[in-house]
Design a protein around this ligand. Structure first.
Ligand code: APR
Ligand code: ZN
Length: 270
């Protein structure tokens, strides 16, 4: 285990114990799990909303007024999203699903890195940057079709071939409703969860920020891994104020160790 202070090692051990003995654990992730893949987050140091005002660049009303502003931001951030690869945070969560410990990953991220790392049950509650839709007639376009369009037409926003309304990535902007099934399913999973592992989120945007309350209301426990404080830290069983890329693999390693010890104990007592 990397050089961690004793108290932190104890917390990694506690998180591993909680997850290993859980029956319905889920993960809730935010942009912080993707920063180590080169994708900026929103509210951390140097985050996107520091440079681009969300009410102008990330809001559906301003998209309707002038979609070019949103596309200006997309032009700067999207290439980082498209070329990013999963980092150890994503791999660790995929491994926890593989070990049948994490039953599902609810993510606010639009980068598809959980799926690229091997996670299968992923609920994208804020959409996905690799899918595009016409704001007028709802025709859907792939990322490659839109990139080809941008190359050819050379102006923003790319427009629909059918009705020439502006195209928009299938991501949720402020003022838009979340995909219904994903958010209802996430609420149901959070209600049922005996442990929620929260990684890389400031927990500042509703309704996702409420999901941990669903878990707490039914006696479930929270594990928060985040490099900055969140408003739920004092209600969490374990808070690890570290980089997710360091800590999540350590929790997986600790779970593997505990599993081995338990198997040895079972063998020696049988
Ligand atoms: N390890 C741990 N924590 C990290 C790391 C890291 N490598 N990198 C960043 N963080 C922390 C930041 O300090 C911050 O507290 O992750 C958190 C990310 O918070 P936000 O930037 O607010 O991202 P998120 O919680 O996902 O935002 C939710 O807000 O703007 C909307 O739609 C957008 O989905 C986004 C939503
Ligand atoms: Zn159209």
């Amino acid at each position: 285990m990397k050089i961690l202070k004793l108290i932190e090692r104890k917390k990694v051990h506690q998180a591993a114990e909680l997850l290993l003995s859980s029956e319905s654990a889920i993960a809730l992730t935010g942009a912080g799990v993707s920063t180590e893949s080169g994708i900026p987050d929103f509210r951390g140091e140097g985050g996107i909303w520091e440079k681009y005002k969300p009410e102008i660049y990330g809001n559906i009303k301003s998209f309707i007024e002038d979609p070019r502003r949103f596309w200006e931001l997309a032009e700067r951030v999207a290439p980082k999203l498209f070329k990013a690869n999963p980092n150890p945070s994503h791999t660790a969560l995929a491994e926890l699903e593989d070990m049948d410990i994490i039953k599902a990953t609810i993510t606010q991220n639009i980068d598809e890195l959980h799926q690229k790392a091997g996670s299968v049950i992923v609920y994208e509650v804020h959409g996905n940057i690799n899918r595009f839709i016409c704001f007028g007639c709802r025709a859907s376009y792939t990322k490659d079709q839109v990139l080809r369009k941008l190359k050819k037409e050379k102006n923003y926003p790319p427009r629909c071939d059918m009705c020439s309304a502006p195209l928009k990535p299938s991501v949720v902007l402020f003022g838009e409703s979340l995909p219904t099934f994903e958010i209802y399913q996430s609420q149901a999973l959070a209600e049922k969860a005996d442990v929620m592992l929260i990684a890389g989120s400031s927990l500042s945007v509703d309704p996702v920020a409420d999901l941990p309350l669903y878990t707490l209301s039914n006696g479930g426990k929270l594990i928060i891994v985040n490099d900055a404080p969140t408003h739920l830290d004092e209600r969490a069983e374990v808070v690890l104020r570290h980089k997710t890329g360091n800590i999540l693999p350590l929790i997986v390693e600790e779970i593997k160790k505990l599993k081995l010890i338990r198997e040895e104990d079972e063998k020696s007592s049988s």
